[in-house]
Design a protein around this ligand. Sequence first.
Ligand SMILES: *Cc1c(COP(=O)(O)O)cnc(C)c1O
Length: 217
Amino acid sequence: MSQALAEIQGRIAAAEARAGRPAGDVTLVAVSKTQPWEHIAPVLDAGQKVFGENRVQEAMERWSQRREGLELRLIGPLQTNKAREAVAFFDVIETLDREKLARVLADEIQRAGKVPRLYVQVNIGEEPQKAGIAPDKADAFIAACRETYGLPVEGLMCIPPVDADPAPHFAKLRAIAQRTGVEKLSMGMSDDFEIAIAEGATSVRVGSALFGRRDYA
Ligand SMILES: *Cc1c(COP(=O)(O)O)cnc(C)c1O
């Protein structure tokens, strides 16, 4: 039903095997942002349940009528004024990256009585244009999320610099996770998810390789 989905699943399975990891260890997050419905429908029909979206509003428009049985992850930057909607709508928020957002999320979680699974985004290549906590501030930020704000940190997320070898960046994220006792790693996209799996990714965020190139026009 979806050739592309079968192919990506096969490549994930092969990468798991090469890394000596159990089959099914890695979750595929299908990144559906900006995609027309005719690209998404075959992947959904083929049984894919986990989808990633960049924007709260866009995600709600795309998914609220067919939310049942799916796991939706926010993988784009979260403004504090959208925190209430994000907490209500998403199962996982992967872009917790600053103290103010931690405080607002903690308040909204309290109010809603519902805790999304949370990942801290690390700006692993220390790029000025990218979101994420700086690597040298990550340990203290994770501790503050847990201790000051009472937020459970399930995982870390990163987007390495475009033109660099991603492997050392993935390894660096894994090292932060290991020393802070964080279990999950969201890393790897269409061009580098197999490398990310070799470096310990527990979920990979694949968009264009699954749905075709995004059209931002
Ligand atoms: C768009 C996006 C992806 C998917 O990128 P592809 O290269 O199309 O696989 C993954 N992660 C984040 C955070 C994104 O914004």
